[in-house]
Design a protein around this ligand. Structure first.
Ligand SMILES: [Zn+2]
Length: 410
């Protein structure tokens, strides 16, 4: 919890005792918490004149203006790279090049475009200092270890550029591990090379992110990681048995490991679509001649950019369809937080929206609406201390522990 919030809470308790007139003065729990989102995607043209995160950008669910309005202190921007073809040296090289473009974009944002409003945080202490200064803290995660290729040295290069977590894979198997899709495994868990990558991440102080990896890969990671792990944007399988969600057994193991699940705000992961809803969405995709999800994931950023007008149309019409088939909203979102709390404990749940990568639900469609989550948690009886743990306290603890393990391994 931010120091001043603790003091104001104490002051308010004193008020309650001695000054009846103060009893109506509420403590701003949301403003008092460290608020961190562990997963927001960025496009290839991020932090350019075309996509300026400094303005209230119509295309972005996360930009500095919305973060300021919603009282968000920090965000992990994802250096996402897809599996664009078979696992060949050419594909690895292309993944590395794309990753570099995104690293450069994030550095451009914090160092050239808006250094007065945001700053890159490389440590939890950095984060706290930046949040206290009134700026937004920008952190970096890599989504898809494919960017490491077969060169272990790249892990340190990415660390030096600011990466503090790596999602081991995306929606296909890569050189590190099996993904949650397709179901047919390639290695039956983490590959031999992947085990070296995990060891290098532990040594450097990079959090291992299990979102997207297969269940067997998860259990392998629990065995081999010397530091706590994280699911940067996942849900609970008990509420929706999607292959991207964690089972109760996984949640318990995550708690034992000292890690954290950051609940994803993507409707399809939170609640299974009804057949009618699915049919309407399929029809829309067909009408707009959009490729299926798997093909989309394999597309390059340039190919995706070319599809952007259609995707924007898709997004608009999707919202219309969701009015007919009541979409997954804030209630279902906080249900997943409740469930993770019940199974893993309050110290092991947080928030990772997947904004600008598919995330966004009615009531929590962008960072300007972040307070709605806090309000729903308060309505359900969560204390200020619990809310602070969910919004950022747990993530900071995990990050510090990962740093500590790295220091011991140096
Ligand atoms: Zn993802």
């Amino acid at each position: 919890m931010k120091a001043w919030a603790g003091i104001s809470a104490l002051a308010c308790i004193l008020c309650l005792l001695v000054l009846p007139a103060c009893r109506t003065e509420p403590v701003d729990i949301h403003a008092g918490a460290y608020t961190i989102d562990t997963h927001v995607d960025i496009g290839i043209n991020y932090a350019t004149e075309e996509v300026d995160p400094g303005i209230d950008h119509p295309r972005l669910r996360c930009d500095l203006t919305k973060m300021e309005r919603g009282g968000m202190d920090g965000v992990f921007l994802a250096v996402f790279v897809g599996n664009w073809g078979d696992l060949t040296p050419e594909v690895f090289e292309r993944a590395h090049e794309t990753a570099m473009i995104k690293f450069e974009a994030i550095h451009r944002l914090t160092e050239q475009m808006h250094p007065d409003r945001c700053e890159l945080a490389l440590t939890p202490d950095d984060f706290e200092r930046i949040a206290a200064s009134g700026k937004r803290a920008i952190m970096i995660g890599i989504e898809n270890g494919i960017v490491v290729g077969e060169d272990l040295g790249l892990v340190e290069k990415y660390y030096d550029l600011g990466a503090r977590y790596i999602t081991l894979c995306h929606s296909s198997h890569n050189q590190i591990c099996d993904s949650s899709s397709p179901a047919e495994p390639l290695y039956n868990g983490i590959s031999d090379f992947g085990k070296q990558v995990v060891a290098e991440m532990n040594r450097l102080g990079i959090i291992c992110d299990v979102s997207h990896i297969s269940e067997k890969s998860f259990w392998d990671l629990i065995e081999i990681s010397q530091a706590p792990i994280m699911a940067s944007h996942s849900g609970c399988a008990a509420l929706n048995p999607h292959n991207r969600n964690l089972t109760d057994e996984q949640l318990k193991a995550l708690a034992e490991n000292g890690g954290v699940i950051q609940i994803v705000a993507l409707g399809g992961f939170l609640k299974a679509e009804t057949p009618e809803h699915r049919e309407a969405m399929t029809k829309l995709r067909e009408e707009l001649e959009l490729p299926d999800r798997r093909t989309m994931y394999r597309m390059s950023q340039e190919e995706r950019e070319a599809l952007r007008p259609k995707l924007e149309e898709y997004d608009r019409r999707r919202i219309e369809i969701e009015k007919v088939y009541p979409a997954t909203g804030l209630k279902e979102y906080v249900d997943h937080i409740d469930h993770a709390k019940k199974v893993a404990g309050i110290d092991h749940v947080g928030i990772g929206t997947d904004f600008d990568g598919g995330g966004g639900i009615p009531g929590f469609n962008n960072h300007a609406e972040a307070r709605n989550v806090t309000d729903e948690l308060i309505k359900r009886g969560y204390s200020a201390e619990e809310i602070n743990k969910i919004w950022g306290g747990n993530l900071l603890r995990v990050w510090r522990e990962v740093e500590k393990v790295a220091a011991e391994l140096q």
